[in-house]
Design a protein around this ligand. Structure first.
Ligand SMILES: [Zn+2]
Length: 398
């Protein structure tokens, strides 16, 4: 913006989302929230355009820590066109920030994707956010440090043993833009690699793992504080022999990713997870693939061709990501667990941002923080998404 200009948003309700404000006013200046509060407490600057959203709810933009693609494109394509298409789809679903997530592929292909994504993220970081497009915050590296026993659809021939040296090679390829690493803690070399990653500022997420309790605890001791799509690609609950799943459920230091599409995890088990981990311990993710926002058919996931039918993505009979959108995941929490919308929103805003240690005020609406907002109906349907204080009306969503 050439000169500083303010816009003002008003609505019946605002969820920070840790608190609720009735008759809310948000004053936005140069992409940031200058002031926010109830109408009687916040002065509307003279001359600033005011948009009243009536009985809608204002909330922070959603943040997706685990997403592979959408709109027919895969993040591993890495180029500006692919990312632009994905980012436009994300914004239509209320997402204002995301972590493009790679899958296991031949090492050369991963390095190439990391190189492109690293450049794209660095380029985006220096610029004003584009209206109507989610912002890329960093790479989530899902593979190659995964267990053969719990690889899901990640190609077995491309799985590699973790070492700090190989991590360094991936980090260099990505120009230091890796922020999340999914890793199976039971693999030889995993503990040293988790320590090295944590030192680089990468959040380590335990997953695609067959770890027993001791290996899971060793991963947590080494620094891992997240779990990748909890319940999926890990050993199931065994009440006599605790394992990775029990370590995740019982350790309050570990935040659990959840694919709340009702397919990957049964709605009743979603309820159980929420009771177990509480309002702070779960992070909604989509694990969405290129088929998201597209008609059903055959789509790319990294090196694989995945079949999408009846809202389910499979490859050789195994679940292969999802076509979930994060706004629907939030609505599903309301539906599956009976949570109020404001509380469900935490799982896709405050929690992922806290896990990532974001210090810029993302994930909660507050004065001084970025003006990344979503306007929702009382049912949690997206009306409009505002990225960096810039409005771009959302087209109707099916
Ligand atoms: Zn994934």
């Amino acid at each position: 913006m050439a000169h500083s200009s303010r816009i003002v948003l008003t609505a019946a309700r605002l969820a920070t989302p840790l608190t609720s404000i009735e008759n809310a006013v948000v004053v936005i200046r140069d992409g940031r929230i200058e002031a926010l509060g109830p109408r009687e407490a916040v002065a509307i600057p003279a001359g600033a355009p005011v948009t009243d959203f009536g009985d809608r709810l204002l909330a922070p933009g959603l943040v997706d820590l685990h997403i592979h693609g959408g709109a027919g494109r895969d993040v591993m394509e890495g180029d500006g066109d692919a990312l632009a298409a994905i980012e436009a789809l994300l914004a239509r679903h209320g997402v204002t920030s995301y972590y493009p997530t790679t899958v296991t592929a031949p090492l050369d292909a991963i390095l190439r994707a990391l190189d492109k994504l690293g450049r794209a993220i660095a380029a985006g970081a220096g610029r004003e956010p584009e209206p109507g497009r989610a912002q890329r915050l960093g790479i989530h590296l899902e593979g190659p440090f995964l267990s053969h026993a719990r690889r899901g659809v990640h190609p077995p021939e491309n799985l590699l043993a973790p070492t700090p040296a190989l991590l360094e090679r991936l980090w260099q390829a990505a120009q230091g833009q890796i922020r999340i690493l999914t890793i199976a803690p039971e693999l030889p070399g995993a503990a040293e690699t988790i320590v090295a990653a944590t030192r680089l500022g990468i959040r380590c997420s335990l997953g695609h793992s067959d770890a027993d309790l001791a290996a899971a605890r060793a991963g947590i001791e080494a620094g891992a504080r997240q779990a990748t799509h909890t319940f999926n690609a890990m050993p199931p609950l065994d009440h006599r022999v605790p394992n990775l799943l029990i370590a995740v459920l019982s350790d309050a230091r570990v935040r659990a990713e959840l694919i709340a599409d009702g397919i990957h995890v049964h709605p009743l088990v979603v309820q159980l997870l929420l009771r177990c981990k509480g309002a702070e311990g779960v992070m909604l993710i989509t694990d969405a693939i290129s088929a998201t926002g597209m008609p059903e058919g055959r789509y790319r996931l990294g090196p694989l061709e995945v079949e999408v039918r009846n809202g389910t993505c499979t490859y050789e009979g195994k679940l292969a990501g999802s076509v979930l959108t994060l706004d629907r995941a939030v609505r599903n929490i309301v539906k599956f667990a009976g949570w109020p919308l404001e509380q469900a929103l935490r799982l896709a805003t405050v929690n992922p941002c806290a896990a990532m240690g974001l210090s810029g005020g993302q994930g909660a609406l507050q004065a001084g923080g970025p003006a990344d907002l979503v306007v929702l109906t009382s049912d949690g349907e997206v009306v409009e998404t505002i990225v960096g204080g810039r409005r771009a009306p959302a087209p109707a969503i099916a």
